[in-house]
Design a protein. Structure first.
Length: 378
């Protein structure tokens, strides 16, 4: 993809304020390596855990020299910059003075978790008028908040594990009794707004349940307790907007008791099977449900949709667990692997996502320029 005979300027945002800061740094390297230097001029910007924006000159120099020598994760370093939020702005402005970087064409917000995946950065970019990859404000917010996501699934009649929600400051003891009565133990307790299994615990008794609640509330003021489902973990990658496409399904076989942070990013012991061993009817069903879940949450462009396949006990079949609107793009991540086996290479995947971002921006800009309709006289 080129813009009027020149390379597309891509603002690569990584780091961020969430507990998934380090995951984002790894994702940014994998994505940067896949961006064709003949097509894209990559401008890497690191966001510190305090929220400061830094023009990552070291990462920029590495990208300009040899992409084969990139580190496992980009460093959080550089000169402080801000983004011009005035109409027609969008360029990076050094806080210490001096000329700014030219306006970028599109933003790749590789910011997992809160302050990046939850609609906040998307709202900023909408205000500035910059195209960006991924879901908009609404889809990002619903896709980030597990409680609202589950409610969206239920509202659209989609199957999902039973759950209960708790807000910080509300009595814990009655909630624990309700969990024991309605969900049973063991169960899982999760912060509502967090990903990569950060803050997630399996509770087997009342003491572990209380400890799990305390841990989850350290990350978010809302949490959900979810029934423990015995079944296979199936994942589907979704790409596009209207209509979205579903990849072939994959399967995660955790090495730990559940697919936790270490299993995902540190140990690498989990088995990621792509494609999953499913019947043709099962594969068709789960792909249909993945698109339905994607649309229920008003997602756009991309998401990884995660399922449980319950084949024993109640044998409810596929249960929508959750979706991730900025899925991992590390070498061991499922989202790009599923598209790879579906016939879309990693560079092609990035190209399509950038094209989708620019096309959506053009559609919305055309509507925003229209005058408000005149109310007819009474």
């Amino acid at each position: 993809m080129r813009m009027a005979g020149r390379r597309v300027r891509v603002l690569l945002l990584f780091g961020g304020r969430s507990a998934e800061h380090d995951v984002s740094r790894m994702t940014a390297v994998a994505v940067a390596r896949a961006l064709d230097p003949a097509k894209y001029d990559v401008v890497p910007v690191a966001i510190t855990t305090e929220g400061a924006w830094l023009l990552a000159e070291e990462a920029r120099a590495l990208l300009a020299s040899s992409r084969d020598a990139l580190p496992a994760a980009f460093a959080i370093e550089g000169a402080p910059v801000d983004i011009n939020t005035q109409p027609g702005g969008g360029e990076l402005v050094p806080l210490g003075g001096g000329p700014g970087d030219p306006r970028v064409d599109v933003v790749l917000p590789l910011l997992h978790g809160p302050y990046g995946e939850d609609g906040t950065i998307q709202g900023l970019l909408d205000t500035v008028g910059l195209p960006y990859v991924g879901s908009g404000v609404l889809g990002s917010a619903v896709g980030m908040d597990k409680v609202m996501m589950k409610r969206a699934f239920l509202g659209c009649g989609l199957p999902t594990p039973r759950f209960l929600a708790l807000r910080e400051g509300h009595p814990v003891a009655p909630f624990c009794r309700e969990v024991e009565r309605e969900l049973g133990l063991p169960c899982f307790v999760k912060p509502a707004n967090m990903g990569s299994s950060v803050g997630v615990s399996k509770a087997r008794d009342r003491a572990e349940l209380e400890a799990a609640i305390e841990l989850a509330l350290a990350y978010d003021e809302w949490l959900l307790a979810e029934e423990a489902v015995t079944g296979r973990e199936i994942e589907v990658a979704v790409l596009g907007d209207d209509p979205p496409e579903a990849s072939v399904p994959g399967e995660v076989v955790p090495a730990a008791d559940f697919y936790d942070y270490a299993d995902k990013y540190e140990d690498g012991r989990a088995q990621l099977l792509a494609p999953a061993q499913l019947s043709e009817a099962q594969a068709t069903d789960v792909r249909r449900l993945a698109v339905a879940g994607f649309e229920a949450c008003r997602c756009e462009a991309m998401a990884r949709v995660d399922f449980f396949l319950e084949e024993t006990g109640p044998a409810r079949g596929f249960l929508l667990n959750e979706l991730n609107t900025i899925p991992g793009f590390t070498p061991i991540s499922m989202y790009p692997r599923l598209w790879q086996v579906s016939g879309v290479t990693y560079p092609e995947l990035i190209d399509r996502l950038i094209r989708l971002a620019i096309e959506r921006h053009q559609r919305r800009a055309a509507r925003a320029g229209r005058q408000r309709p005149v109310r007819p006289p009474l």
